[in-house]
Design a protein around this ligand. Structure first.
Ligand code: ZN
Length: 169
């Protein structure tokens, strides 16, 4: 390798924000960050639907108090204030775990719980102010039932039968 093959690189150091002439270009602290919509969507999927502080940790449907916990999406979840229960008894998507230390709650999603795992449940599952149709604890089963209902109607229409049985009551 000769000296003519050596290429000198320019300094690629990027200054940290907060000092220097570009400080004025920093967005205000309350500016929405690009990941916030994804976090809000995930919070809604998880069921981290508040109520958010400074509102009291009361269920908006039945006014019973819950145990409000922060989540990693920046939103809060209202948990049922009872001791942890076996995770295999709780519908998938409603199994909440609280990390020790920071006390942040997170939803295990649809993952199979490890044997013997305990979890917390959201108050929403036990809320007396909501009907099961509103809670949809077994969302995948509800979707399957809706699919099967549509399939049954389609097949009965193809066979020339009415889609639904007449109301005889
Ligand atoms: Zn409630």
């Amino acid at each position: 390798m000769g000296d003519d093959e050596y290429v000198e690189c320019e300094d690629s150091t990027v200054p940290l924000p907060g000092s220097g002439p570009d400080t004025f270009r920093q967005p205000p602290t309350d500016t929405r960050q690009p990941w916030e919509p994804a976090d809000r969507a995930q919070a809604a999927v998880d069921g981290a639907t508040g109520p958010e502080p400074p509102a009291p940790p009361l269920c908006p449907n039945c006014r019973l108090p819950g145990e409000r916990r922060p989540t990693y999406t920046g939103r809060h979840v209202l948990l049922e204030p009872i001791p942890p229960i076996p995770a295999h008894l709780v519908p998938a998507g409603h199994r909440w775990t609280i990390d020790t230390g920071a006390g942040i709650a997170w939803n295990r999603g649809l993952d199979e719980p490890p044997p013997g795992a305990l979890c917390r449940i959201p108050h929403r599952l036990a809320c007396p102010g909501l009907a099961l149709d509103e809670i949809r604890p077994w969302a995948w089963l509800t979707s399957l039932r809706e699919h099967n209902e549509a399939e049954a109607i389609r097949r009965s229409d193809e066979a020339g039968y009415p889609g639904r049985w007449p109301d005889a009551g």
